[in-house]
Design a protein around this ligand. Structure first.
Ligand code: SF4
Ligand code: SF4
Length: 427
């Protein structure tokens, strides 16, 4: 974000407070400094040089950095704001400045660096998960304590790592009449943790007449870096992603991860001031669609297998607020024969996962998870559906951690395309 855009964005806030009730951290603490309006005042103070951007001022309890760190980046405030304040971009911008100067403790630096490195490099993530299986996903207590995590912190362990990583075929024919040609964005975390979701995405697209290419050599899209304010790393990965995929002659780039899709759609803005890349980035972003968005626009073919279940839906923040997509996934779920759709309270309130937030701010993240799981369980659903890997893993942990009455079946937690895949499966 250049200085003119930053100033314009900050000045757009008229301090009306319409965003306060939408903000998960403000709802939890009631502290103005944990609200979007309060954080914008802090960002404006930093921009105007009234609040210094130095280490202690940025990270000490009660300081600007403390409250900015506690922001989930969920962007619910953007949806609520009548003045069009680009909160997400402002946050990423200030975090980028903050990370260049903030003197964080050694333990925190190790945690931040290792999370970003591990999550964005599939071989490292896979190795960590294989090691994590030995402890059932639990991070050993001495290691957790060293980096400041609660004792019972767990990694999400997929059922089958080998199935996961081999799940997206490089080329899949369209079935029936051909309606489009898509590149599946496989990313980093999804390809290791949720390979079966990639496989389901390919099958559902093919069943809807879409030819699918999943090039094997895809880099991380840079979303995790961008959301943490590591903009140099994010820009480098964005350029690599564009260069790797723009020659595939696709009608659409399909994302099945809300956080990645939201960031990929903003490559044009990210590279706006780069003369060599701005047009390529804008052209790339214009073709990015979430899988639920694309299927809804295409018009889904009829599903033949009934799923007789009560189903509820959690809005991933970067789908509902980052991309303003709330209706397509619900419509697709409701179109499955046999499904009884039940809306949960606060379905668009963040679950606390928010990229790596649940590791960096475990207390707030766990409070939000408890609130989310209570709302989801209250509708007595058999299946909880959500379209982002972080939400899937975090809500799964939350549901498994509930002590339900004996004999009560825990709801399944699945991605929307996994449900659609069952409804399209040939029996
Ligand atoms: S709703 Fe928008 S204009 Fe109003 S306080 Fe929040 S960010 Fe500022
Ligand atoms: S991004 Fe989310 S947590 Fe941060 S200020 Fe906005 S609503 Fe609150």
């Amino acid at each position: 974000m250049n200085t003119a855009d930053e100033e314009k964005g900050l000045m757009a806030c008229v301090h009306c407070g319409f965003c306060l009730d939408a903000c998960p951290t403000y709802r939890e603490t009631g502290d103005e400094a944990d609200s979007p309006r309060g954080r914008i005042v802090l960002m404006r103070g930093i921009f105007e040089g009234k609040i210094p951007l130095i280490s202690e001022e940025m990270t000490g309890p009660g300081s600007a950095g403390y409250h900015l760190d506690r922001c989930l980046g969920c962007r619910a405030c953007e949806t609520a704001c009548p003045s069009g304040v680009p909160y997400g971009a402002l946050l990423e911008n200030v975090r980028d400045k903050q990370e260049k100067v903030a003197k964080r403790s050694l333990n925190e630096k190790i945690l931040r660096t290792s999370l970003l490195t591990m999550l964005t490099q599939p071989p490292l993530l896979k190795a960590a998960l294989i090691a994590g299986r030995l402890t059932g996903g639990a991070i050993p207590t001495p290691l957790a304590r060293f980096v400041g995590l609660p004792d019972n912190t767990r990694m999400p362990i997929p059922k089958s790592l080998s199935v996961s990583s081999a799940a997206a075929p490089v080329y899949t024919h369209a079935q029936g009449g051909r309606r489009g040609r898509a590149v599946l964005l496989t990313g980093c975390v999804m390809s290791v943790l949720y390979g079966p979701v990639h496989a389901a995405t390919v099958r559902v697209l093919a069943a809807n007449g879409v030819e699918v290419i999943a090039p094997p050599a895809q880099p991380c899209c840079g979303a995790l870096h961008g959301h943490q304010g590591e903009m140099a790393g994010a820009i480098e990965l964005a350029k690599k992603t564009i260069a790797a995929l723009e020659g595939e002659n696709a009608d659409v780039y399909i994302s099945n991860s809300a956080g990645c899709g939201s960031f990929l759609k903003e490559y044009g803005k990210l590279l706006k001031d780069d003369a060599e890349w701005n047009e390529r980035a804008a052209a790339f972003s214009a073709k990015v669609k979430d899988v639920s968005e694309y299927l809804s626009e295409l018009g889904p073919r009829p599903m033949t297998n009934p799923i007789n279940a009560r189903v509820t839906y959690h809005d991933a923040c970067h789908l509902a607020h980052g991309q303003r997509i709330t209706s397509p996934p619900r419509q697709l779920i409701k179109a499955i024969p046999g499904v009884t759709f039940v809306e949960a309270a606060e379905s668009d309130l963040c679950c606390g996962s928010a990229g790596v937030y649940n590791y960096l701010q475990p207390k707030m993240a766990r409070n939000l998870l408890r609130r989310k799981v209570a709302n989801l369980l209250a509708v007595d659903a058999d299946i909880i559906v959500t379209g982002n890997p972080g939400c899937l893993a975090w809500i799964q942990q939350g549901v498994e951690g509930e002590s339900l009455p004996a004999g009560t079946r825990l709801p399944e937690v699945v991605h929307p395309v996994e449900l659609l895949d069952r409804a399209y499966a040939k029996t």
